[in-house]
Design a protein around this ligand. Structure first.
Ligand code: F6P
Length: 360
């Protein structure tokens, strides 16, 4: 007799490219084992609603082009921490027990959570509190989760940012301009550094390396003195002002997020060099793209391994990509080892070796 298990799959935190490929892989593997896959909708928010928001998933759900699409077929949320849920009257309430009730109502044997470090921490806390068998799959364009070389979505975001530089270069050259490209990444400069190297940037500013405007202006003047009439500058969103102040904006939901550093740096460069400068803020374009082959491949490998860990009775583990292997690590350790750009790592060395100005 087939030992039927009901496995929940939930996306949590911001979306990125490759989530559908990960969901598909988990559903395929669950079906191979003769178990039932339950897709939980809208992240933890769907578990706070009554009736609960979920859908039984089978390989038939994936007969179309879903694995090729960006976003997540299940929906997600990066708001409303259930342990400190913002209520309409302005108060904050612990609603974790409602989520655990929801999970119990669905009679789940295990939960696979696809999330970044913030959402993995929330899912882990819920799992500990409710004694839930939990496996997480790392996803974030920021690639800042520890103990994995890659999180789903990062590769595609770098491809999009690189393509943006490819598109900015001809227009920059046609008008003798300095083009500043602001990219996402939160406190980690991985997208800026890798796209900047791949896209032929002259200057790359990342949060991990404090910069001097003088050095940036010198580099641009040097490029121009050598007869090149344009320059490309990549700035990561969490880069601070020259005085070390974070640049943030209040969004329509009342929350503060990074924003404004591209224009800030663009104006400083224009003032310091006299060059005509234009700024592009790439924003969510980096998240919504069709996943590239590598994100689909890593997502597929992660999805299968996550289900195999459930089968093996493992819990509190995150699947990870390490040295060309799929491994798993303690979720707690992955969260504790925040992955920022290694200052003495190969990519910083590469950038310096190419003569790219990192601002220092
Ligand atoms: O963490 C992923 C990310 O895209 C960051 O790079 C960015 O700062 C943030 O999410 C944007 O969040 P939101 O989708 O809420 O605007």
């Amino acid at each position: 007799m087939v030992d039927d298990k009901r496995i929940g799959i939930v996306c949590s935190g911001g979306d990125c490219a490759g989530l559908n490929a990960a969901i598909r892989a988990a559903v395929f593997r669950i079906a191979e084992l003769g178990w039932t896959a339950i897709g939980l909708k809208e992240g933890t928010a769907g578990l706070l609603q009554r009736p609960l928001q979920y859908e039984v998933l089978t390989p038939d759900n994936f007969s179309g082009d879903i694995m090729r699409r960006g976003g997540t077929m299940l929906g997600t949320t990066n708001k409303g921490n259930p342990f400190a849920f913002p209520m309409a009257d302005g108060s904050v309430k612990d609603r974790s027990h409602e989520i655990l009730e929801g999970l119990r109502e669905l009679s789940l044997d295990a939960l696979i959570g696809i999330g970044g470090d913030g959402s993995s921490a929330i899912l882990r806390r819920l799992a500990v509190q409710g004694n839930v068998q939990l496996i997480t799959v790392p996803k974030t364009i920021d690639n800042d989760i520890g103990l994995t070389e890659n999180a789903i979505g990062f590769d595609t975001a770098v491809s999009v940012a690189t393509e943006a530089l490819d598109r900015l270069q001809p227009t920059a050259a046609s008008h003798h301009r300095v083009m500043v490209l602001e990219v996402m990444g939160r406190d980690a400069g991985h997208i800026a550094l890798q796209a900047g190297i791949a896209g032929g940037a002259d200057v790359i500013l990342i949060p991990e390396i404090p910069y001097s405007l003088k050095k940036v202006a010198e580099k641009i003047n040097q490029v121009r003195a050598r007869g090149r009439n344009f320059a490309l500058v990549v700035v990561s969103e969490a880069v601070r002002t020259t005085e070390g102040e974070a640049l943030e904006q209040t969004f329509t939901d009342g929350e503060r997020r990074f924003g404004g550093v591209g224009n800030y740096v663009g104006e400083l460069i224009a003032d310091a060099t006299g060059a005509e400068t234009r700024v592009t803020v790439l924003g969510h374009v980096q998240r919504g793209s069709m996943p590239n082959w590598r994100d689909r491949m890593i997502a597929s490998a992660f999805g299968v391994h996550a289900v195999d860990l459930v089968r093996d009775g493992k819990s509190d583990r995150m699947v990870a990509w390490w040295n060309r292997q799929i491994i798993d690590v303690a979720i707690e350790d992955a969260i504790a080892n925040y992955h920022s750009v290694e200052l003495d790592g190969p990519l910083v060395r590469t950038a310096r070796g190419l003569g790219i100005c990192l601002g220092d």
